[in-house]
Design a protein around this ligand. Structure first.
Ligand SMILES: *Cc1c(COP(=O)(O)O)cnc(C)c1O
Ligand code: SF4
Length: 470
C-alpha cells in the first residue's frame, strides 16, 4: 500500500469492500510435479543392475566401485539398453571429448534409454559425435583465468574477501562441461591436465597464504569434489580453516548429492566428519555449508530426499549452483520445476551459471539472452530466497556478474560486455554467445579475423558509450 492510500484510509472508519474479489485459480493438473519424486527400484531397467538389491544400490561403496570409468565398460553396459546407432555415436564422441567419462550407476539408471539422444542426464555426461559443434574462435582452455589468479597452486584469490581452494582434482563423476577441464580428470586425447593431487603439504602453502591475508573471510573448498576427500581430510581442512581468526565462512562444494546421494546415507564416517566440522563452526559462530550442483529436476529422486533430510536434521545448510545448458535446462518450464523441486528437498537455489566457454562442448552453451529470458520467468515462481541469481562468470577473470547487468550486448554478434568495478576496476570483460545461436551472416563474420576484431571493437566502444560504468 502506498503512503498516499494509507493516509486516505486512515481517515475513514472502515474501508469499503472491493467490488470484485478475484481468487487465484487452483493449480492445474501437473502443476505440483515438483513433489513427485522418482521412487522404487528404477535401476533394475538396466540388465546389468537388474539383480542389484536396494541395500546394495544404496551402498556408496558399491556405487563407487561400479562407477563406469572409461568408455569400454560404459559401452558394454549400455549396449543392452540403447540402440546400436546410439552406441556408435558414443564411440565417436569419446574420441573427440576433452573430458574422460565417469558416471555412477545411479545416474545411468535415471537416463531414459528409450530416447538417450534427448535425455538431459545423458547430455551432461556422455558425449555424442553427432552433437559436437565448432568451438567459438574466442574460446581458451582456462577461460576463467583461475590459474592466472592463483597466488599459490590450487588457490584462486580473485575477490577481496573470498577465495577458491582446490585441494584435489578428482570427482565422483566427470561432467562433460566442466570449467576445470584444464585440471579435472585423467588426460584425454585432447587435453593434458594440470595436476592438483591430494597433498597435505601443498595444502599447507594455501593455508599459510590464507592466514596471512586478513581480508579473506570466506573459503570455497572445491576441486575436484569434496565428496572424494577422505573423512579425515574433511575434518583437517575444515578445522584448520575455522581456527583461523580471519575466516568466518567455509563451503564444501560437491556435486556428490546430485550424482551419488547414497554416500550421505551409508558413509557414516564422512557424514560424521562433516557434521563435526559444522558443529565446530557453530561453536565458533562461523558458517559451514554445502554447495551442490543439480542441473535438472530428474536428478532429484526419493533417494536424494532421504539424503537431504539427513543433512537437514543435522542442521547442515545446502545451496545449489546450476549450469544453464542447452537441451538440459534451457527452458523456463524445466528451470521452474528444478527450482521448486530444490525447495521441496530443502536445497536453496543460489546461482544459475551461464555456461562457461569450455573446449569441445559448444553444443551445451546458450546465448546470454536465453539466460535473461528464463530468469524473468523463474522470478515470481516461488520464495525470493529460493530464486537463483542468473550469472555470467566473466571470461578473463572478471568474476560472476548478474546476467542482466551487461554494459552492452549485441545480439547479432553475440558479444556481451561486463564490468566488475569491485573486482577488476576499469576493465571490461566479454562473453561470446555460441556460434549456433547466431545468424548465418554473423557466423560467417566470425570466420574472418579482421571482422572479429571489428565486432569486438564495436562492442567495447558500445560498452564505453552506453554502459553504466562511470
Ligand atoms: C565463485 C567463486 C567464489 C565464490 O563466489 P560467490 O559469488 O560468493 O559464490 C570465490 N572465488 C572464485 C575464484 C570463484 O570463482
Ligand atoms: S563435479 Fe564439478 S569439478 Fe567435477 S567434473 Fe563435474 S563440474 Fe567439474
Amino acid at each position: 500500500m502506498s503512503s498516499a492510500e494509507n493516509l486516505d484510509q486512515s481517515s475513514k472508519s472502515k474501508a469499503a469492500p472491493p467490488e470484485v474479489r478475484t481468487s487465484k485459480a487452483v493449480v492445474e493438473a501437473g502443476g505440483l510435479l515438483h513433489r513427485e519424486l522418482r521412487d522404487g527400484a528404477f535401476w533394475t531397467q538396466i540388465p546389468a543392475f537388474a539383480h542389484v538389491s536396494e541395500e546394495e544400490f544404496l551402498d556408496y561403496k558399491w556405487q563407487m566401485k561400479s562407477s563406469l570409468y572409461g568408455e569400454d565398460k560404459l559401452i558394454e553396459l549400455i549396449s543392452a539398453v540403447a540402440p546400436a546407432e546410439f552406441i556408435e555415436d558414443c564411440r565417436q564422441g569419446f574420441r573427440r571429448a576433452p573430458m574422460a567419462v565417469r558416471v555412477t550407476p545411479y545416474l545411468l539408471s535415471l537416463i531414459d534409454w528409450n530416447d538417450p539422444w534427448n535425455d538431459p542426464i545423458r547430455t551432461q555426461f556422455i558425449p555424442l559425435a553427432s552433437r559436437l559443434t565448432q568451438d567459438h574462435p574466442m574460446l581458451t582452455l582456462d577461460s576463467l583465468h583461475e590459474q592466472a589468479d592463483a597466488p599459490v597452486e590450487g588457490l584462486t584469490h580473485r575477490y577481496a574477501d573470498k577465495a577458491l581452494f582446490l585441494p584435489l582434482d578428482t570427482c565422483p563423476v566427470y561432467c562433460r562441461f566442466c570449467t576445470r577441464s584444464y585440471a579435472i580428470g585423467i588426460d584425454t586425447d585432447v587435453v593434458e591436465k594440470v595436476s592438483l593431487k591430494v597433498n597435505p603439504k601443498r595444502w599447507e602453502e594455501a593455508f599459510d597464504y590464507i592466514a596471512t591475508r586478513p581480508e579473506l573471510e570466506d573459503i570455497v573448498i572445491s576441486g575436484g569434489d569434496a565428496y572424494n576427500l577422505a573423512a579425515k581430510h574433511i575434518e583437517a581442512i575444515g578445522e584448520r580453516l575455522l581456527r583461523m581468526p580471519n575466516i568466518r565462512r567455509i563451503r564444501f562444494a560437491t556435486k556428490g548429492l546430485a550424482v551419488m546421494p547414497m554416500k550421505i546415507l551409508t558413509d557414516q564416517a564422512w557424514l560424521d566428519a562433516l557434521t563435526r566440522v559444522e558443529k565446530l563452526g557453530r561453536e565458533l559462530r562461523k558458517q559451514v555449508v554445502i554447495h551442490t550442483h543439480f542441473n535438472h529436476p530428474n536428478e532429484i529422486t526419493a533417494i536424494s530426499k532421504r539424503a537431504l533430510d539427513v543433512l537437514f536434521e543435522r542442521g547442515i545448510i545446502v545451496r545449489n549452483q546450476s549450469v544453464l545448458q542447452r537441451g538440459v535446462n534451457d527452458s523456463a518450464k524445466i528451470m521452474q520445476l528444478l527450482v521448486k523441486r530444490l525447495g521441496e528437498v530443502n536445497v536453496q537455489p543460489y546461482y544459475v551459471y551461464q555456461h562457461d566457454m569450455v573446449q569441445g562442448v559448444e553444443d551445451l552453451r546458450t546465448s546470454v539472452q536465453t539466460s535473461i529470458d528464463i530468469e524473468k520467468n523463474v522470478r515470481g515462481t516461488t520464495a525470493g530466497f529460493n530464486t537463483p541469481t542468473f550469472v555470467v562468470d566473466a571470461p578473463g577473470g572478471g568474476g560472476k556478474r548478474d546476467a542482466h547487468s551487461y554494459e552492452y550486448y549485441n545480439r547479432e554478434s553475440g558479444i556481451s560486455v561486463y564490468a566488475a568495478p569491485s573486482v577488476k576496476p576499469g576493465q571490461y570483460f566479454m562473453y561470446y554467445d555460441p556460434l549456433h545461436s547466431l545468424s548465418d551472416a554473423a557466423r560467417e563474420d566470425w570466420k574472418v579475423e579482421a571482422k572479429r576484431d571489428q565486432m569486438r571493437a564495436e562492442a567495447l566502444e558500445g560498452a564505453k558509450q552506453y554502459g553504466g560504468l562511470r
